[in-house]
Each structure stands twice: as structure tokens, then as C-alpha cells.
Design a protein around this ligand. Structure first.
Ligand SMILES: C[S@@+](CC[C@H](N)C(=O)[O-])C[C@H]1O[C@@H](n2cnc3c(N)ncnc32)[C@H](O)[C@@H]1O
Length: 200
């Protein structure tokens, strides 16, 4: 896999493994936060590293607004073509500050999701701290990534996730295997990490 996500944009939604990952991520989120239960209709969500919006599509019917942000112009173009009514798709680097200043709607989130993004970031620890600062008090950060069994492997360890969420000031931290992907080879475990910004 090369590191230019633009190259994957056109074929992304046609990849059954990618769609299955998004389905499993949403199912685990729904079980954790009760998204489809009806209590989220007034809430705002950030889908960080949204790609073509496979997770945004699932979240959007249950919430007020999904702001879907990605640094890949092509991924965002695919999502914009879907014209989802309450999904605002933005090509921006919110970690690098290219998204502008206050009043742009890029803060005050009740939920921030990062599905298969964090382990690709050069500074995962710093990224979680920035994202946690975009949450409303009581808001929730949730991530899914390949689960690494040791520090040298690809993906993230549960220990690394717990530390990053704790250092970002989040509480009620959970880090556990959420599901596994089986693409013909050995099953690859996927972790879900979650934490909540203190209410006051
Ligand atoms: C494996 S893809 C996952 C896409 C989508 N979340 C999904 O599950 O289908 C990783 C995505 O993270 C995006 N990404 C990488 N670094 C990013 C950053 N600093 N800010 C926002 N998005 C980023 C990439 O452009 C790519 O679309």
C-alpha cells in the first residue's frame, strides 16, 4: 500500500473488505454508544479521516450533522459526489491547522470517530490530544485500528491507545478488540479505543 490515499479513492467503495470494516466499526459503535437508539438526533459528529464516507453514511441518518474531514482530495471528491444531506465533506488538515479558525464549525462535537486512521498518523499521540480538544464536554472519541500485539508491529497496542487517550485528558477509557477481519489469510484483529471528555 503506498501512502498517497488519493490513489485508492476511485476503487475504495468497491472493496468488500473496506465496506465490511466500516460495517463492523459502526456495529461496535452502536453497541457502545447506542447511536441508532434515537437519542442522537441533535448531536454533531466529526468523522476524522473519513475517506469516501463509508462510516459517515451510516452515522448520518441518526445525528444532526456529520462533518467529514480528510486530507485526501480524491477521497473527499467521492464523498461529495454522494451528496448526503447532512454530511459536510471537507478536504482539510485539521491537525495541521489548514482548516481555518474559530467559527468554522470544526469544534463542538459530541462524537469524533477515526476509523482506520490513527495508526497511519506520524504523531498519533499528538493527534488524539488535538481531536479531544474539539469535543464538547461529555463528548466521546472513538477509534478503530489494527490491533498490534507488540510495539514493533503494524497497528497500535492496547497499551499505546490507553496512554494516548489518557494523556489527551479523556476518561472512562476503553481499549479492546472489537472485531477481526479475515481476507482469506489469518484473521486480523481490530481494536476499538474510546474515551470521554469530562463533563465539567
Ligand atoms: C484506511 S483509510 C480509512 C478511510 C475511512 N475512514 C474508511 O474507513 O473507509 C485512511 C484515511 O485517513 C486519511 N488521513 C490520513 N492522514 C490524515 C490526516 N492527518 N487528517 C485527515 N485524514 C487523514 C487518508 O487520506 C485516508 O482517507
Amino acid at each position: 500500500m503506498n501512502d498517497d490515499w488519493n490513489d485508492y479513492a476511485d476503487g475504495w467503495d468497491g472493496n468488500s473488505d473496506v465496506r465490511r470494516y466500516a460495517n463492523c466499526a459502526f456495529a461496535s459503535l452502536d453497541e457502545y454508544a447506542g447511536i441508532s437508539g434515537g437519542g442522537w438526533q441533535a448531536r454533531r459528529v466529526l468523522d476524522f479521516g473519513c475517506g469516501t464516507g463509508l462510516l459517515s453514511e451510516k452515522l448520518a441518518p441518526h445525528v444532526k450533522e456529520v462533518v467529514a474531514v480528510d486530507t485526501s482530495e480524491r477521497m473527499i471528491a467521492v464523498l461529495q459526489d454522494k451528496a448526503l444531506p447532512n454530511v459536510r465533506a471537507l478536504h482539510a488538515d485539521i491537525l495541521g491547522g489548514s482548516a481555518g479558525g474559530a467559527g468554522n464549525g470544526l469544534s463542538g462535537f459530541d462524537l469524533i470517530c477515526a476509523s482506520s486512521v490513527c495508526s497511519f498518523l506520524p504523531d498519533y499521540h499528538g493527534a488524539v490530544a488535538v481531536l479531544a480538544g474539539l469535543l464538547n464536554r461529555g463528548g466521546t472519541f472513538v477509534q478503530w485500528d489494527w490491533l498490534a500485539s507488540d510495539e514493533g508491529g503494524s497497528g497500535l497496542t492496547l497499551r499505546h491507545v490507553r496512554e494516548a487517550l489518557r494523556d489527551a485528558g479523556l476518561g472512562s477509557i476503553r481499549a479492546e478488540q472489537a472485531f477481526a477481519m479475515d481476507a482469506g489469510g489469518p484473521a486480523m484483529p481490530v481494536l476499538m479505543g474510546a474515551g470521554i471528555r469530562a463533563a465539567g
